[in-house]
Design a protein around this ligand. Structure first.
Ligand code: BGC
Length: 371
């Protein structure tokens, strides 16, 4: 008994030190990670100049804690559905059968982007339309029934990127409602605070916002896994600029679409228009991916929180062999480095599944699941 008390005391002391170390910001320092191209993970930035920004300072103070184990390994984004103003506007409505299929393929998680801001009052108390909750409940429950962990995020809250100060109270109110609504749901449900912060929502501002949102979520959901991201469109550069609040049940996310000219070639919504026909696969191309993802994985060790590759993929119109080759390499590299990943997306813009033919796009089974 005395030994148990002694060990418990030791653990408690360790925890107290860890909490002390992590209270508030994660310390930053001057160390930078190797970059092979100087522009990692930048996407859809309004100005191409951003890609020449000086390398971000990375977290350098070693911490003793090893990252907690993320529950997310293999995930797919349910893009193009609830991310639209109204589900169905972009031609896709999530079906129960999608989740059954996704689970059978070997995924453990689905990320469900939701445009909550289109269904919340513009004025206080910023009430969310109950019919959106009804729909998200249905979809999230279908995912859980199928054996998947649904991640629900706040996606496409465009105005907060232009006017963070003006929209912070509304986002806080949106998360208060979501947190209260799902407080008693099983642990399988995961929250992601905000997709791809950018423009005026700078690294510093997103850190402050993440801290306030997380504190509020914790009032009602003390143990739920919560995903936080950095600025600069959630890119790798944004990840390495961020100082997220430490939390033992938090995961830090970034999106990876490099080289953007390859992954978004031909895509009508891309900020940089590049015609179809670009290829990927030289040894230099591969080295770049390894260097970028290694930087993310090292960062994960430094901050003691798992890092999650929350989006990656190639535009659906690109040649399938090229798509599959890139996707397989990114997926394998991410797994080798111990990072969970989430393909963008199931059946729309960068789809892995052909919704019309009800079949996978060629090469995707191997690309995402081969040993
Ligand atoms: C956006 C989607 C887009 C995808 C690929 C996501 O973050 O929400 O609308 O299709 O990125 O560019």
């Amino acid at each position: 008994m005395g030994r148990i008390v002694f060990f418990l005391t030791l653990i408690a002391a360790g925890l107290a030190i860890a909490l002390f170390v992590f209270d508030g910001d994660v310390p930053t320092g001057g160390q930078t990670y190797a970059q092979s191209s100087g522009n990692f993970g930048l996407r859809q930035t309004s100005s191409p100049d951003a890609s020449t920004a000086s390398p971000p300072a990375a977290v350098s103070t070693p911490v003793s804690a090893s990252p907690s184990q993320s529950p997310i390994n293999r995930c797919v984004n349910m893009g193009g559905a609830l991310e639209a103003e109204n589900e169905g506007d972009w031609g896709y409505t999530i079906r129960r059968s999608d989740f059954t299929r996704i689970r059978a393929m070997g995924f453990d998680t689905v990320r469900i982007p939701v445009k909550w801001s289109a269904h919340a009052d513009p004025l206080p108390p910023y009430s969310i339309d109950p019919s959106l909750f009804t729909r998200v409940d249905t979809v999230a429950k279908q995912a859980i029934d199928a054996g998947l962990q649904p991640i629900i995020d706040v996606h496409h809250y465009d105005d907060i990127n232009e006017d963070p100060k003006g929209h912070t109270p509304r986002l806080m109110a949106i998360w208060k409602q979501i947190s209260e609504h799902y407080a008693n749901w099983p642990d399988d449900l995961i929250f992601e605070l905000l997709n791809e912060p950018h423009t005026e929502l700078t690294a510093k501002r997103i850190d402050k916002l993440n801290r306030a949102l997380l504190r509020q979520v914790r009032e009602t959901n003390p143990d739920r896994w919560v995903i936080l991201g950095g600025g600069n469109w959630g890119s790798l550069e944004g990840l390495m600029e961020t100082n997220p609040p430490y939390d033992p049940r938090a995961i830090v996310t970034f999106h990876y679409y490099e080289p953007f000219e390859f992954t978004h070639q031909g895509a009508p919504w891309a900020w940089k228009k590049v015609p179809l026909g670009q290829t990927w696969g030289t040894s230099e191309d591969r080295q770049d991916v390894v260097a970028h993802l290694t930087a993310a994985a090292r960062w994960q060790e430094k901050v003691g929180m798992p890092v999650f590759l929350g989006e990656f993929g190639v535009y659906v119109e690109v040649d399938d062999t090229q798509r599959a080759q890139y996707v397989e390499f990114v997926r394998r590299t991410s797994e080798r480095l111990g990072m969970g990943w989430c393909y963008w997306d199931w059946g729309t813009t960068l789809g892995m599944y052909n919704l019309e033919r009800e079949t996978l796009h060629p090469g995707f089974q191997t690309a995402l699941f081969a040993d």
